[in-house]
Design a protein around this ligand. Structure first.
Ligand SMILES: [Zn+2]
Length: 629
């Protein structure tokens, strides 16, 4: 394949032909192309048109491209948000099937020069991977891509609760570059959801999304906004029954009374008002408030939460079909309190479902015979043929391990299931925000793998390692992460289980990969910073192992009947625990996305203290009980 010179030390004969000038998304794509080409080489492209330009990069919608240029393109690929890219010695043609396809096509071209966007830009010391290239050269090519998955939604961590526009903009930018086509938004419960939407608009978050052609999905758990607790005084019967009493939608309360016709009408009215006042919304996905049980009144008891929820959602679809027909409506399934599919009610033909298995084990995909919720998933899927979105938790450190392994196996398995069963949406839940770098690779990999269907997850990992950590540390990091990806239970055990072979493996990894990688990039501040992040998390893994080992020594002594020794060890282990928590806090304080400080002082501290308090109690009781895992 010939290599084609585009620019040499900032000089270029090439021009840009912007074929779809009326589209702001296509103009954005051209701006991105100019921005990164200039950053790599210093070159600035003049504008051209097809017939007056000898060397041209033509960018636009396939339908807008002159036949003279379009003849270079291969046939479009089947699927969503597709593009074709042709590179010849006089023409580079980027043709999108849709506006988003144009943006993806530009990123594809830039990636051919070595650009990569693995993480949102939240760490000033860790810039995007944009190489400096005195000679901007590229190989000839002709390719077409499209995703089989219509909705690829990134529910990035900054899109939860508080609105912090700078972080949201950084994360949506990275999501688009990882080939997601929409952002999932989880509103806050403290202020009215409609006001929050307006804030997203006034702070430019919606604008940044629309500039890229991205969809907005949300506002997720939000029922309490559409039938607020302020109705309680006047309409107690609209509220859910719990232990024989009507209660509000608050912690310890219940969902509203879904069988009450008037309550439903008021609810749907309010949903409609919100939708009409939120023009940037594309997929309305409103869920019951998180953690609330369904109403147990006699009328609700005659039905099931699944049937009642479906009744509400069907009404929303019917209502919006008149007033906001562009809106796609999605309900939740598999997630409490709507765990089980409806028994009698049929979903409206346009209604979608987002199916969520919170806390799912990341060792294998939905295609694996060991996957134990397949019956529930399959029942929902059959009730919503071609209209199911999978809520994925690869990036939820609240539900999954504190140190993320690359979930390559689960990605491959899920992808097989998605393809075989005509799944049309995936929703990546990224939470909480303090882990943004820790789980960032899985977010990137999932985006790429759900767009480029033939790309192997494991290859995305190796490619990441080399581009992100550089040619000397890259292969070491690829081998290191490869082990974590293969030995997937390691990261699960690091949530509480001491294991000799894990300790040995971690020690060996330090010798074989971490230390040599640190050494290899010592003189490059950016690469040293990146490898340093891995080294810090690795140190956390080793310290966790050490803590569990010491804690188990207490148990060992106690179970053997040596209560004196157990009592003597306890304060030492408590001190060790404090040091470990302080170390974890120090990682959080760096603010580089390694761990979430609120979690350290919340659930993590709680579990550490829980184990030791239990030991203390059992020592006092002179109990030889063994801990159960
Ligand atoms: Zn009820």
């Amino acid at each position: 394949m010939a290599r084609i010179m585009i620019a040499d030390s900032g000089n270029t004969d090439w021009r840009i032909v912007s074929a779809s000038e009326s589209s702001s998304v296509c103009r954005f794509a051209v701006d991105e192309l100019r921005k990164y080409m200039k950053q790599m080489n210093g070159c600035v492209f003049a504008d051209g048109s097809t017939y007056d330009t000898a060397y041209a990069i033509v960018v636009g919608m396939r339908s807008d491209i002159e036949s003279e240029d379009a003849r270079h393109l291969s046939a479009r690929a089947d699927g969503f948000d597709g593009y074709s890219l042709a590179i010849t010695d006089t023409r580079i043609v980027i043709a999108g099937d849709t506006e988003r396809g144009v943006v993806y096509g530009v990123y594809d071209l830039l990636e051919r020069f070595g650009c990569r966007w693995f993480y949102p830009q939240q760490d000033a010391k860790d810039a995007e991977v944009v190489p400096s290239l005195p000679a901007l050269e590229v190989k000839s090519a002709s390719v077409s891509y499209a995703s089989p998955v219509q909705y690829r939604i990134c529910n990035a961590s900054a899109f939860f609760f508080d609105i912090v526009p700078t972080l949201m903009k950084a994360q949506l930018d990275a999501a688009m570059k990882a080939r997601y086509n929409g952002m999932g938004w989880q509103c806050d419960h403290r202020t009215f959801v409609g006001d929050q939407y307006k804030e997203l608009e006034s702070t430019g978050v919606i604008g940044e999304m629309k500039k890229r052609g991205m969809l907005l999905h949300g506002p997720a758990h939000s029922f309490q906004h559409f039938l607020g607790n302020d109705y309680y005084e006047a309409h107690q019967d609209w509220f859910g029954m719990k232990d024989g009493k009507r209660v509000k939608q608050v912690f310890g309360g219940a969902q509203f009374c879904w069988s009450n016709t008037d309550a439903r009408k008021e609810f749907v009215d309010n949903v409609e008002k919100f939708v009409l006042a939120s023009p940037g919304l594309d997929i309305l996905c409103s869920l019951g408030w998180d953690g609330g049980a369904a109403c147990t009144c006699p009328e609700c008891a005659k039905s099931t939460p699944g049937d009642l929820m479906l009744t509400i959602q069907n009404q929303i679809v019917e209502r919006l079909a008149g007033s906001a027909p562009h809106i796609v409506v999605e309900m939740s399934g598999g997630y409490s309190p709507v765990d089980d599919p409806p028994l009698h009610t049929k979903p409206h033909q346009k209604l979608r479902v987002i199916w969520a298995h919170w806390g799912r084990y990341m060792g294998y995909g939905y295609d694996d015979p060991r996957y134990d919720r397949i019956v529930n998933l399959e029942t929902w899927r059959k009730a919503f043929p071609g209209r199911l979105t999978l809520c994925q938790y690869y990036t939820d450190n609240f539900a999954t391990p504190w140190i993320s392994a690359p979930y390559t196996t689960v990605t491959e398995g899920d992808r097989k299931y998605i393809r075989d069963k005509n799944i049309s949406g995936m929703y990546m839940l990224v939470y909480p925000e303090g882990y943004w770098w820790n789980h960032g690779f899985n977010n990137y990999m999932a985006g790429i793998c759900h767009y480029y269907w033939d790309k192997k997850a494991y290859d995305v990992l190796s490619e990441f390692a080399v581009h992100y950590f550089g040619p000397s540390a890259g292969p070491l990091m690829a081998a290191y992460y490869g082990q974590w990806a293969t030995e997937i239970d390691l990261c699960y055990r690091l949530k509480g289980i001491a294991n000799d072979s894990d300790a040995a493996m971690l020690a060996q990894q330090r010798c074989l990969y971490i230390d040599p990688a640190v050494d290899a990039v010592r003189n490059d501040p950016v690469l040293a910073h990146r490898v340093g992040k891995v080294a810090k998390l690795h140190e956390m893994a080793e310290r966790l192992e050490e803590f569990y080992r010491r804690r188990d020594k207490i148990e060992e002594a106690r179970v053997a009947g040596d209560f004196g020794k157990a009592a003597e060890l306890l304060p030492k282990v408590r001190a060790h625990k404090e040091a470990l928590l302080a170390f974890m806090r120090s990682l959080s304080d760096l603010g580089i996305g390694l761990i979430d400080g609120r979690e350290v002082d919340g659930f993590i501290k709680m579990s550490f203290d829980g184990w030791l308090d239990e030991e203390e109690k059992w020592i006092a009781e002179r109990s030889a009980k063994k801990r159960e895992w």
